[in-house]
Ligand binder design. Structure first.
Ligand code: CUA
Length: 338
């Protein structure tokens, strides 16, 4: 018997250290933590976490107390002729109790969970003055369309603070999932279907998001940003989108490349772009040809960015529906990659 004791202590210590590690991983400053109160949605989700946490704590304490009680009370019982404890068979009362208690716990957790899922999927009413945005997921980027305003963006969801955003979500190819953890909510984008989700940010700033459904080789790089503006900043952003400053801006092109769809497939050494689906573009400006088919000059680069399959049928690079301003900025940036 004596040799078993150290193993129990080792197992207990191992479980304790795993628990401490898991707790350490929950830092509210992490860029993609769900423990955040940056949105109205997360407040609701947090209320379910709280219920689950309390239920789990009660269950834990009750089970551990019963365990300790049992260990002490039954530690030395009469044994059979072979030196084994006398087995116990069946206890209807006990079996009913341990079936009913977990069922009650599950119901207590399920009711608020289902309520909040339904609430987060319900479209905001007209009274909320929501901003409607269509989300079209592609391998491997998110397209955001502000249909009423005539604005289209890629991997950048610009929204105003303290206003409900009504997202109508679909996919162009396979199933993807839109998830900005600090703003709460996660809904799949499914081809041929419109799913709904709303967001209401409580603070301005930039929030990281990520495709949360495995969708192919570029899945890990299918990232996006939610940029929450104050009211005036949002108006200024819309104005710039509708009337862009003429001429390419290499810095804006770089930011678009790194945060936009390009980095999902291409790498540029020394930057965060690390996609492996398409060619490495570290020295793009020194390459003699674009995609190995046309001379690498500004006119061809513009035509290529505007519609790659038109330049090279069958190419893996899709038409990203880039706006003229995005093309200007990308040309300025790509031509600086000597
Ligand atoms: Cu799109 Cu994973």
């Amino acid at each position: 018997m004596v040799h078993r004791l150290p193993w129990r202590i080792v197992a207990a210590l191992a479980m304790l250290s795993v628990g401490v590690l898991l707790l350490g991983a929950c830092s509210s400053s992490a860029p993609q933590t769900t423990i955040s109160d940056a949105s109205v949605n997360n407040d609701r989700i947090w209320s379910v976490y709280t219920i689950i946490w309390i239920a789990a704590a009660v269950v834990f304490v009750a089970v551990e107390a019963l365990l300790v009680y049992t260990i002490i009370k039954f530690r030395n019982k009469p044994r059979t002729a072979h030196g084994r404890p006398v087995p116990v068979h069946g206890n209807t009362k006990l079996e009913i109790v341990w079936t009913i208690i977990p069922a009650v716990v599950l119901v207590v957790i399920a009711i608020p969970t289902l309520q909040i899922i339904a609430e987060l999927e319900k479209r905001p009413s007209e009274a909320d003055n929501p901003l409607e945005i269509s989300v079209i997921a592609h391998q491997f980027f998110f397209e955001f369309r502000y249909e009423d305003q005539g604005i289209r963006t890629t991997n950048e969801l610009h929204i105003p603070v303290n206003r409900k955003v009504d997202l109508v979500m679909t996919s162009n190819d396979v199933i993807h999932s839109l998830w900005a953890p600090r703003l709460g909510g996660k809904v799949d984008s499914i081809p041929g279907r419109n799913n709904h989700m709303w967001l209401e940010a409580k603070e301005t700033g930039e929030f990281d998001g990520q495709c949360a459904e495995f969708c192919g080789v570029g899945h890990a790089n299918m990232r996006f940003k939610v940029i929450v503006h104050d009211e005036a900043g949002f108006m200024a952003w819309m104005d710039e989108e509708l009337n862009p400053t003429p001429g390419g801006d290499a810095a804006a092109g770089e930011a678009f490349f790194l945060n936009g769809p390009c980095a999902g497939c291409h790498a540029i050494d020394g930057t965060t772009a690390a996609g492996t689906v398409g060619p490495n573009l570290t020295h793009f400006a020194s390459l003699p040809q674009i995609a190995g088919v046309v001379p690498n000059d500004e006119q061809n680069l513009r035509a290529w960015l505007a519609n790659p399959p038109a330049v090279k049928p069958g190419t893996g690079m899709p038409n990203l529906n880039l706006t003229p301003a995005q093309i200007d900025n990308l040309v300025a940036y790509l031509q600086s990659l000597k």
